[in-house]
Design a protein around this ligand. Sequence first.
Ligand SMILES: Cc1cc2nc3c(=O)[nH]c(=O)nc-3n(C[C@H](O)[C@H](O)[C@H](O)COP(=O)(O)O)c2cc1C
Length: 375
Amino acid sequence: MSFYTRLLRPPLFRLDPEMVHACSIRACRFAGMIPPVRAAFDRCLEVSDESLRTTIGGIPIKNPIGLAAGWDKSGDATRMLGHLGFGFAEIGSISANPSKGNPKPRLFRLPEDRAIVVYYGLQNDGATVIARRLQMAGKCAVPLGVNIVKTNNGPDAPDDSDEDTLHDYVRSVRAVAPHADYLVLNLSCPNAKGGKDFFSDTANIGRLLARLAPERVNPPVFLKVVPNADPAFLEGLIEQAAPYAFVRGFLFNLPPGKPAWLRLKTPKSVWEKMPGAVSGAPVAESHNACIRELYPRLPPGRFEIIGVGGVFSAEDAYEKIRLGASAVQIYTAMIYEGPGVIRRINEGLSRLLQRDGFRNVREAVGSAHAGVRVG
Ligand SMILES: Cc1cc2nc3c(=O)[nH]c(=O)nc-3n(C[C@H](O)[C@H](O)[C@H](O)COP(=O)(O)O)c2cc1C
């Protein structure tokens, strides 16, 4: 048991989850302004190991463990994100216009499942304000991704036209691309109207990419899509993305609602009162299935997968890497295990690579497939 799980987590878990989240962002923003605090966190959390150095979308990263989108939604704490032991960090989702998100309560814990139910609905300060904030904060100490989504105008807003949806992304890309090392287009937010249904038709993903092509998008772009392991969907996705050199890979988002295959241990009477999608341990298996199906279909060297969903340990991260992920992100594990989990995953991953004779994490990517390629 760590200091966090023994002494900090019990009182924190008695407080409102959204309030704890907001306080942790404020604390990180403040800590990030004080150089000796940043240095102290570096000393405690950083793992320096050549075998973990790799690249994602052509960007060098010191280790393959990144922060997933949704923690620092409006880029408030980027000065600190590079000092928590991560190899890279992603902020957002951000949208062209500011959004208040869904009504509260909208964040819940399921400790029995090591899971979170999230119904935030994409609250953020909007691309223009966030772009200015990123500029003021200066370069993040690790590569910074900005995750972009269509503005959530609320459940009662009239339906968006296709043109509105596409243009919303274009506006955000224009605003934040100069401040990002990579971009993620979130095409599948489980908790907002519009967007996710629109992009379940992969032809609409192609339409968005065609709209972005004339923008000469400089940072590499990743597409965050529904967790769907259906070969027809994955092949459609690759086909739509292939003509656009700026698209460098894929991630899988949370599934909407509480599908039966999550096999939640928490009684239904508890979670059925909680609107939203489930993150953490229950999604690990389904996300691994998506990576297992996608990786062998990728044209070699053209696209990469960022594995995310239910990573709590080095073994979890290693499994995603062996299935085909070039890097891995975490979120829920930080809530349950504290920031020390980042160091533990990196140290453990280094040991697993050594055990299996890999000199570098790159050699382990996709090794579970033993040469199998589809198509
Ligand atoms: C509270 C919370 C908020 C999230 N917000 C976003 C978001 O705004 N955009 C996004 O692409 N993913 C968001 N996610 C999904 C995470 O980025 C990640 O894909 C998912 O939680 C699976 O990883 P995990 O099991 O390590 O948490 C959110 C997740 C949580 C728990």
